[in-house]
Design a protein around this ligand. Structure first.
Ligand SMILES: *[C@@H]1O[C@H](CO)[C@@H](O)[C@H](O)[C@H]1NC(C)=O
Ligand SMILES: *[C@@H]1O[C@H](CO)[C@@H](O)[C@H](O)[C@H]1NC(C)=O
Length: 180
């Protein structure tokens, strides 16, 4: 595993944005919009030191192949490299609900909570469809805090590891956001 590319907090470009004026009393203001790319790994454990717990389900959830209606809350470690013992850069905290009757696809609502890279206290909020079987899942980033105020963007997620025996899985993330 090449070490260098795993760290990437890259401001790719800055754009000057002119906010529209709707009255002569309003000042024309310029704000800088930045574009940031983040690359990291998220570790989920369904057994052992669990990071995800089922909190609710329909009475009929287990009659569906993909447990339609079941909701899970999670708090996964984010690391710079793919190894669980790699440098911790934050957490992914939120929930997902099985929301597709005939496919393993989930409504995912969660926050990426960063603690490193000069981003301690900054968060990004994700809301989208996580289709487990897709080689690459794309979820919208709908907002953010601190360094990521006014954030809009998307996360591309690929499975790095999915070990059914140990119940451990690792997702690789590339997150692209525009923010102030
Ligand atoms: C992860 O790191 C640990 C401790 O440094 C090491 O023993 C292990 O082999 C590593 N695992 C992988 C998959 O690289
Ligand atoms: C992040 O901020 C919190 C609260 O201000 C602080 O307790 C913590 O030590 C900081 N973590 C890092 C890695 O700087």
């Amino acid at each position: 595993m090449a070490k260098a590319p795993t760290f990437s907090l890259i401001s790719i470009l800055s754009l000057g944005i002119c906010l529209p004026t709707n009255s002569q009393n309003t000042k024309l203001s310029n704000t800088q919009a930045e574009r940031t790319h983040l690359h990291f790994y998220a570790h989920k454990a369904l057994r052992g030191d669990v990071t995800a717990v089922v909190v609710a389900q329909a009475a009929t959830s287990n009659t569906y192949r993909y447990r339609f209606g079941e909701m899970t809350v999670f708090d996964d470690r984010l690391t710079e490299g793919p190894n669980l013992s790699s440098r911790v850069v934050g957490r992914a905290q939120g929930m997902y609900a099985s929301a597709d009757i005939s496919n393993p696809a989930y409504l995912s609502v969660y926050n990426l909570v960063f603690t490193e890279w000069g981003l301690n206290g900054s968060t990004l909020s994700i809301l989208g469809r996580y289709a487990s079987l897709s080689a690459e899942r794309e979820l919208p980033v709908v907002g953010g805090t601190r360094n990521f105020r006014f954030a809009r963007g998307h996360a591309r997620i690929r499975t790095y590891l999915d070990d059914l025996e140990t119940g451990r899985s690792v997702d690789e993330y590339d997150v692209y956001v525009m923010h102030s």
